[in-house]
Design a protein around this ligand. Structure first.
Ligand code: ARG
Length: 459
């Protein structure tokens, strides 16, 4: 019979035990559960609710169970129901009746929330570390390719020439915001629900500030009923994870394109590709595709929890036990995707020769020509129209804008000449786009420096 079996005549059906149990997944929080229990009993002793001697025995028993679990000597089964009872029942078996005092002035409803918060706070720090490593690799690449020219697209059409370092720094900003969001989530979740008990606090003289301090939280939560039924912090984390996975997925999509025979902008290292079981020549960008694919499951984790929460009245409901598997899945998925992407990016070769071949196509410098005319006093709307006609003339002639002769230009508009256009080579155009946030190599270097400074301050 379970620890709560006093008012029951019968044990649960076997199938009910299995359906009801969370132990097979919440056992991953065993360290957090034990940390929470040690803080709790330390506080109970300080308040005179248990003796120092009882406290010492309970902590000794808990540490023994912690080391047994870590050594793989504990086989949890559905009989344990969840990690909280799995540890408590072992404590009682280990040290006898004193172990029965641990659950004074607490409930599994607050315990599962202490565990989840402790677990997630650690994981957030670990994911921030992963993101920082990723950002460092992005910065190195950005610096290496700060003045290498590539094609900038809108609508997947050739738009304007840009530097490759600029592309890296665009992704850098996305992951910077991801780190920022995680820091925000961490700050908002850093409150300790221990001592909320089932839903309404307790008549016992507990000290919630003390357990909060012992566990390293900023403060105890304010309202017990909210504390046991709040899952906002998991939802926030899953939103953070979804947005960041979306960023990874977008870049993964670009990797798949860039790696295609049509683009051939990059060569992903063999160690990050797979072959085909039937087509001997194939080398597939599976890691990028998998990352793109795994984005969907993290969105699923978010949708599942949002949907689970929406009809739940105050305070605790068993539905809430469904909060953990999606969380664990998102943590695992996000972390491994960051590691894989970092490794793939680090080892990918950017083929500047192949990229260079594309720069002659699509009149990448058309906007720059219009801007040059605007500087010469031709209103931009008019300049836009003139360059449109220049493009048409080039298409008829089969040449680039910089190859139009003075005669060609004069036929389009009598004010035009090669002199008036100035240097409209692709390189000159890129170098001149030095407005704040622009693509010019000097501006990319400024962005890299700002990014580096932010990373340093983060550490
Ligand atoms: N395993 C439960 C969960 O994860 C712990 C809380 C159970 N509380 C209860 N009153 N049944 O949500």
């Amino acid at each position: 019979m379970a620890l709560w079996g006093g008012r029951f005549k019968k044990d649960m059906d076997e199938i009910v035990k299995e359906f009801n149990a969370s132990i097979l997944f919440d056992k991953r929080m065993f360290n957090d559960d034990i940390d929470g229990s040690i803080a709790h009993v330390t506080m109970l002793a300080a308040q005179g609710i248990v003796t120092d001697e009882e406290c010492g025995r309970i902590i000794g028993g808990l540490e023994k169970i912690r080391s047994d679990i870590a050594k793989g000597r504990v086989a949890f089964t559905v009989e344990d129901e969840d990690i909280h009872m799995g540890i408590e029942s072992r404590l009682i078996a280990e040290i006898g009746d004193t172990g029965k005092k641990l659950h004074t002035a607490r409930s599994r409803n607050d315990q599962c929330q202490v565990d989840a918060r402790l677990y997630l706070k650690n994981e957030i720090l670990a994911i921030i570390d992963e993101l920082v490593r990723f950002e460092q690799i992005i910065l190195e690449k950005a610096e290496k390719y700060a003045s290498s020219i590539t094609v900038g697209f809108t609508h997947i059409q050739h738009a304007q020439p840009i530097t490759l370092g600029f592309v890296f720094m665009a992704y850098f900003q996305m992951f910077r915001r991801d780190i920022d969001r995680l820091q925000d989530t961490y700050r908002r979740m850093d409150f300790c629900p221990l001592g909320s008990c089932a839903l309404a606090g307790t008549t016992l003289p507990i000290d919630r500030q003390k357990t909060s301090d012992l566990l390293g939280f900023a403060a105890p939560t304010e309202n017990a009923m909210d504390s046991v039924s709040d899952r906002d912090y998991i939802l926030e984390f899953l939103s953070d994870a979804s947005i960041s996975m979306m960023h990874l997925s977008r870049w993964a999509e670009e990797f798949v394109w860039w790696n295609s025979s049509e683009f051939a902008y990059i060569a992903i290292d063999d160690s990050y590709c797979t072959g085909s079981s039937i087509m001997p020549q194939k080398k597939n960008p599976d890691m990028a595709e998998l990352i793109r694919g795994k984005c969907g499951r993290v969105y699923g984790d978010l949708m599942q929890l949002l949907t689970m929460m929406k009809g739940t009245p105050l305070a605790y409901n068993k539905d809430f036990q469904e909060d953990k598997e999606g969380l664990f899945d998102a943590v695992d998925t996000w972390k491994i995707c960051l590691q894989i992407f970092s490794g793939m990016l680090e080892k990918t070769e950017f083929r500047m020769d192949r990229i260079g071949e594309q720069l002659d196509k699509g009149f990448l410098n058309a906007t720059d020509v219009a801007e040059h005319l605007a500087v010469e006093g031709i209103p931009f709307r008019e300049a836009h129209n003139i360059v449109g006609r220049m493009v048409k003339a080039c298409e008829d002639k089969g040449c680039m804008l910089e190859e139009l002769t003075d005669a060609d230009l004069e036929a389009i508009d009598e004010r035009l000449s090669k002199d008036l256009l100035g240097d409209i080579s692709i390189r000159a155009c890129v170098e001149a786009r030095n407005s704040f946030g622009g693509t010019a190599p000097t501006e990319v270097m400024r962005q890299i420096e700002a990014g580096r400074k932010w990373l340093e301050e983060l550490k």
